[in-house]
Design a protein around this ligand. Structure first.
Ligand SMILES: C[S@@+](CC[C@H](N)C(=O)[O-])C[C@H]1O[C@@H](n2cnc3c(N)ncnc32)[C@H](O)[C@@H]1O
Length: 202
């Protein structure tokens, strides 16, 4: 499954068919950066590094993971004016984050814009655990995922997100909309890793 996705995304980068790659960081992320103190962030499925650029401009350190070499190459070029120690880019599959010991265990912010929602079943559960395991207590996970559609194998239902990620993160809010670029209903989710003493609620 991941191999199919890899082939699809590689072809899309090779042919320049990347409607998601607007070069603009979504306002939901910019609003968060304006409100949070700078820390360490991880962008899963970072694409060409647009969001990482804005994280760095706001004083964050940032790591990015994407499995398409072309995406990582473009991101490296885009971020070349920033100090090298401010960011790290990994060409890797997000379903194998354990194979990246360089990743931190205490990110203040993890972002997934349109990446993880291609994973189903056990892979989704394992992905949720991998994310929770790399967030600092109180750390934020910002997720942008499409809803399931009959004609597509991609998508997470909001109920599914709440159930699977809710095992270790509290859902702070969900915001539904329509993504014109992919022609699908989507949701933004803001989740926060529970501190040890919390058993539920936000
Ligand atoms: C829809 S694009 C979004 C890119 C970026 N987040 C943005 O908003 O511009 C999804 C990205 O996730 C990457 N991706 C998808 N599945 C992945 C996986 N299993 N491992 C690593 N990267 C993946 C793709 O290569 C692509 O760059």
């Amino acid at each position: 499954m991941t191999e199919d996705r890899y082939a699809t995304f590689s072809e899309r980068y090779a042919s320049g068919d990347m409607p998601w790659d607007s070069g603009i960081t979504p306002p939901e992320i910019l609003e968060l950066l304006a409100a949070l103190p700078a820390g360490c962030a991880l962008d899963l499925g970072c694409g060409t590094g647009t969001v990482i650029g804005d994280l760095l401009r706001h004083g964050w350190r940032a790591d990015g993971v994407d499995f398409v070499p072309r995406a990582i190459d473009i991101a490296r070029a885009k971020l070349s004016d920033f100090p090298p120690e401010s960011h790290r880019l990994f060409r890797h599959d997000v379903t194998g984050l354990d194979e990246l010991p360089e990743l931190r265990r205490n990110y203040n912010l993890i972002i997934d814009i349109g990446c993880g929602h291609t994973l189903g079943g056990d892979a989704m559960t394992e992905y949720a655990f991998a994310i929770a395991g790399r967030l600092a207590p109180g750390g934020i996970f910002m997720l942008y995922a499409s809803h399931p559609r009959p004609e597509s194998s991609v998508g997470w239902a909001p109920r599914q997100v709440a159930d699977v990620f809710g095992a270790q993160l509290n859902l702070l809010w969900e915001q539904r909309g329509d993504d014109q670029a992919i022609g699908a209903p989507v949701s933004w989710y803001k989740l926060r890793k529970r501190r040890k003493e919390q058993r539920g609620g936000a």
